[in-house]
Ligand binder design. Structure first.
Ligand SMILES: [Mg+2]
Length: 265
């Protein structure tokens, strides 16, 4: 039996672990369902900043994974929760898409224009405009405004090649104002991981953090002191593994071809 099967909790990345874009990775999906049926506590953590949990549930249904919304930690939800926990229900202006707006509202925040807002929430937006960037810029220039970003991803590996991540907005604002977010909620930061641990009611050494990216998932695990499993079913491959470890100077505790190898290795 694989030693990681002794862990009580599994904190799993989504893209590159149980699916690639819209397509599931069937053996990995089966492995997740097997973990759940063994009584393991499973949560998903994703840096996705454009979808609400409600929208994301549909993908999980199509993949065939048996989970509920409260097992899902997307940076849309995580950011809305972080703001509520730290600043209470707030007036926010966001650069983000409807999925982020939905989670902000569900958490009790009020979506307002930039001149009324207390908090700037930067999330990815595939229709970002000059107008939205202008408003975000003006909030950034005001040091009394709190600036929170969903996730730090510079580039997102889409099915037909790399596309800009939330970093396109963080980067533009930084170049214009020399200001970085007061908090970035997604991986490899601690906010998303801590929310997942709190939900599981487990300590870091009782879980394993699973993902396909060394500088995102493995680093997120290291940052909370949890053991890490890198799967080679996404961004990191057998071919680039050693180069990636060297580049990011972070080493996963375990490496498997995909999640199903937990049950065969
Ligand atoms: Mg991934």
């Amino acid at each position: 039996m694989h030693p990681l099967l002794e862990k009580k909790g599994f904190i799993l990345d989504v893209d590159g672990v149980i699916g690639r874009g819209e397509k599931p990775i069937p053996p990995a999906v089966e492995a997740v369902n097997r973990l759940i049926s063994m009584g393991k506590k499973v949560v998903f953590v994703s840096n996705n900043s454009t979808r609400s949990r409600k929208i994301y549930m549909q993908r999980f249904k199509e993949f065939g994974v048996e989970v509920t919304e409260d097992q899902m930690f997307l940076t849309t939800y995580v950011t809305a929760t972080y703001i509520k926990q730290n600043y209470g229900k707030s007036k926010v202006f966001t650069t983000g898409e409807p999925g982020l707006v939905e989670e902000l509202k569900l958490a009790g925040h009020e979506i307002v224009d930039y001149d009324e807002a207390e908090i700037l929430v930067v999330g990815s937006n595939r229709q970002i405009s000059f107008e939205i960037l202008t408003k975000a810029l003006r909030m950034c220039l005001d040091r009394d405004k709190i600036y929170v970003a969903t996730n730090p991803d510079k580039i997102f590996p889409s099915e037909d090649g790399p596309v800009p991540g939330t970093g396109m907005i963080i980067g533009a604002l930084y170049w214009m104002t020399d200001r970085m977010p007061d908090c970035i909620c997604g991986k490899p930061g601690k906010v998303i991981m801590q929310q997942a641990l709190d939900h599981l009611q487990l300590k870091a050494d009782e879980v394993v953090v699973v993902g396909d990216q060394i500088d995102v998932d493995v680093l997120a695990g290291k940052n909370i002191g949890a053991p890490t499993l890198l799967v080679l079913s996404g961004v990191t491959t057998k071919q680039n593994l050693s180069r990636m470890i060297e580049k990011f100077k972070v080493k996963p505790d375990y490496v498997l071809d995909d999640l199903s190898q937990l049950f065969s290795a």
